[in-house]
Design a protein around this ligand. Sequence first.
Ligand SMILES: Nc1ncnc2c1ncn2[C@@H]1O[C@H](COP(=O)(O)OP(=O)(O)OP(=O)(O)O)[C@@H](O)[C@H]1O
Ligand SMILES: Cc1ncc(CO)c(N)n1
Ligand SMILES: [Mg+2]
Length: 556
Amino acid sequence: MLMASCNLVNSWNSPQLAPILGFKQVRIFNSLFSDSDSNRRNQRHAFLNMQQSQSVSDAKIPHVLTVAGSDSGAGAGIQADLKACAARRVFCSTVITAVTAQNTVGVQGVEILPDDVVAQQLKSVLSDMHVDVVKTGMLPSLSVVKILCQSLRKFPVKALVVDPVMVSTSADVLVGSSVLAGFREELFPMADIVTPNIKEASLLLGDVPLQSVSDMRRAAKLIHDMGPRNVLIKGGDLHASLDAIDVFFDGEEFYELRSSRVKTCNTHGTGCTLASCIAAELARGSSMLSAVKVAKHFVETALDYSKDLVIGNGPQGPFDPLLALKNIDQSSYRQKRLFDPNDLLVYAVTDSNMNKKWGRSVDEAVKAAVEGGATIIQLREKDAETREFIESAKACLKICHSYGVPLLINDRIDVALACDADGVHVGQSDMPARLARSLLGPEKIIGVSCKTPEQAEQAWIDGADYIGCGGVYPTSTKANNRTIGLDGLKEVCKASKLPVVAIGGIGLSNAHDVMELGVPNLKGVAVVSALFDRECILTETRNLHSVVSRAALLVK
Ligand SMILES: Nc1ncnc2c1ncn2[C@@H]1O[C@H](COP(=O)(O)OP(=O)(O)OP(=O)(O)O)[C@@H](O)[C@H]1O
Ligand SMILES: Cc1ncc(CO)c(N)n1
Ligand SMILES: [Mg+2]
């Protein structure tokens, strides 16, 4: 039952709070202006320097702002959002719209915060901090929806994730139907993704029942027609299905995202956590599909780790992604570096024949390349015996990680799994990227070689992280390889949403020309002979790094 009351209105405006707010202002004022002149100047400089360095680092830290309600039971709402962002290592600021009294039994009360208090929080955060993504949860009134839309028009962000919270997993109504018009007319058209659960999707469509995955598909399409760029219908509450199936629709394609249904009562807050995790991944620069996949996997893992928690006496316990993190840590899980497209800048690909020719082991070659500034390494050891390959891959991984450089394995998913490499690179005749993704999971890096826009499109659909595009120039390291030239490279870059690394006959003399193409998703060059068929790998890598990074800066 929805129980709006005005207790909070009173307490917010109460005289008890005024001294608290006043104290803060007075303290800052005093520290800046109360001492002698020189002291005052120094303090002001320190303050301004701090401001400056804050805004520089601010821009680098992925930042999600959640606009949602507080859940006293801490499984959902603002509390879930903070935990999810912390677990995904993204900064999270908060605008609280309502305070709810909830526990494992259900929702006992809802206090809606006054509009001006919500507006003030929005302004405080958005006017000061660099927010990448806004994620919304409980928006308890039409006026709050309108205030939020106004703020977003004034302070635009990279992406808007809307979790249209209306009904909790415990079937309690959190938000009345008065917000529906605001959702449909104003908020959804601004949203990059909307993530209703089954009951919310049904309410949005005027109470049509949703009982199957094909009903969910139809609902996704109809909600997409309301204006958001993507829709994810969450199937946690579709108990008829053995798997937990969510339906994702991007306006063209449907994806059924499946995970096994974890047998647990601790599912309170799964929806909030999923949406926050999507927002966190978007803030880190992921594509929408990959953000949704990572989030789905994250919720499943967290549910699995907290399935046996006993918190409270009611039927619906909270789950906790931070407990999952702790457990994963205990089982010696190493925090994985998520893929950064800028790592493609100087992409070094090893070649066993060249190493043989120069009398070097693969790990010696890799060490020289990373010392020279290679930003990612791919082991392409076509002739190596499997056992020997795994051993040298492990040695290379140690070297790469000591320099913070990711290591990929060409083609051999088995070797990548055996040595826990950061990912794989597959060609058009290797294992399909979609299959590689399902074997490696959402966090490993997957690259695909593509010559055409069609192949690039398929790579994106299959969940690849980047494209290797070429051969740009004729090359001797790959037999019968059609050259596509700079025009072919540009065509693939323009057709794809994925970051691209150019490959084929690239070296010191032509790397600048490649980077000069200036297409934003062309992130770097991949090289084999120009580094490994040379006497001093370190010097060659250093020189190449300097040419490519200078060119990349020029085209920015
Ligand atoms: N028992 C389960 N096992 C695995 N995944 C689940 C389970 N229950 C829910 N999920 C997944 O959790 C995510 C959230 O789904 P759900 O339909 O429960 O959202 P919600 O009702 O909005 O959640 P809440 O109201 O608890 O925040 C979805 O990806 C869903 O598939
Ligand atoms: C405050 C709040 N937001 C969202 C949900 C949805 O689970 C909830 N139960 N409580
Ligand atoms: Mg649910």
